[in-house]
Design a protein around this ligand. Structure first.
Ligand code: NAP
Length: 328
């Protein structure tokens, strides 16, 4: 078996890369298990790979494309000696140190590998939620999506009415982005007010192509296998009135679930499966030597910049931990 790693970073979003930059500059030669790209949720780079323009990350006065930003962060981490493997973590054993991590690339068929590590930083982010309707599954990739940036430009969505569900920043961002292609975007929200930030809300509501549909939920996505989605059945929560919106696509933008399934029973998770952080906001988890950073441990802020800050803290905490244990 290969040597024991000093620190393994699981996940490669802003938290993972920032942790890697700090750990590498502390001469810890971190190994980043970046994800295998088998599906959207396992993509190296994480959620920002699906974001068009990041306008609120300090340092980019005119914004930066999410994919480009992740590439730059990776380069910065590699410059100081970070090693990167496009592998997905299947399971871990955190019951004793060194910790054991089983990982593979299921996209390319790379076999399962076992790595041991003195410290681990978990920065696996979160994945998009869907509404949970049976018809939503039926039309997945046939008009149903949770990512406007990935799918919005597809021919099927062009010059057609589309539906976005949700009331947060993701929903208004997706709706605004889709107006580039769609004839009209219905923004369906179960309340009468959006929870998105004021500037993004204003931008969306001033857009002539965006039609808000308040106090409304979807009961069903309708369509045919050949045509894909042709509409959505709606229900007004105040009047119980039902209706049909004709649309060629339905984009769910209703929040995220932390990518922590592989940690069940290994490290303390909260009732929403976010990693629980100990000691007043440091990056310590319930297991000594295991640190967490970014969206997998942050229900509240979930921003690229807060994730990056958490990645920095996790690397500093890991460095301190390893020094205390005499690992150099
Ligand atoms: P969010 O803020 O948690 O909003 C989720 C929205 O979906 C809420 O409006 C919620 O309704 C609705 N929702 C949840 N479950 C639903 C269901 N089953 N059926 C119908 N509606 C449902 O999530 P988010 O918009 O993904 O944003 C997450 C974080 O990322 C936030 O901190 C946000 O600021 C940030 N973000 C920032 C940017 C940016 O600055 N460029 C872009 C995207 C996201 P209720 O309002 O009723 O709860």
């Amino acid at each position: 078996m290969a040597d024991v790693e000093k620190v393994v970073i699981i996940g490669s979003g802003p938290a993972g890369w920032t942790g890697a930059i700090y750990a590498a500059r502390a001469s810890l030669q971190p190994l980043v298990l970046a994800g295998d790209g088998l599906n959207r949720d396992r993509m190296p780079g994480g959620q920002l790979m699906w974001t068009s323009e990041v306008e609120n990350f300090p340092g980019f006065a005119h914004g930066i494309d999410g994919k480009k930003m992740m590439g730059v962060l990776q380069q910065q981490a590699e410059r100081f000696g970070t090693r990167v493997k496009a592998h997905y973590v299947l399971r871990v054993d955190l019951s004793k140190r060194p910790f054991t991590i089983w990982h593979a690339n299921e996209l390319s068929g790379d076999e399962e590998v076992v790595t041991t590590a003195q410290a681990i930083i978990i920065s696996t982010g979160a994945s998009a939620n869907y509404l949970g309707l049976p018809s939503e599954r039926q039309f997945e990739n046939n008009g149903v999506s949770a990512c406007a940036v990935c799918d919005g430009a597809l021919p099927r969505f062009r010059n057609s009415p589309l539906v976005v569900v949700g009331g947060g920043d993701s929903a208004v961002e997706e709706a605004t982005y889709l107006t580039k292609f769609a004839s009209k975007v219905y923004l369906v929200h179960r309340r009468e007010a959006l929870r998105a930030s004021r500037i993004m809300t204003q931008r969306a509501l001033e857009n002539e192509k965006i039609v808000p549909v308040w106090n409304t939920v979807l009961d069903e996505i309708v369509g045919t296998e050949a045509e894909g989605v042709t509409g959505v059945r709606t229900r007004n929560l105040q009047t119980q009135e039902t209706g049909l919106i004709e649309a060629r696509g339905m984009f769910a933008a209703i929040g995220h679930t932390p990518n922590t399934k592989f940690l069940a029973g290994q490290v303390e998770l909260d009732d929403k499966n976010y990693v629980v952080l100990k000691d007043g906001g440091r990056s310590l988890t319930s297991v000594e030597g295991v640190f967490a950073a970014g969206d997998c441990a942050d229900f509240t802020y979930r921003q690229a910049i807060t994730a990056a800050g958490m990645g920095c803290r996790a690397a500093l905490d890991a460095e301190r931990f390893l020094a205390e244990k005499g690992v150099h």
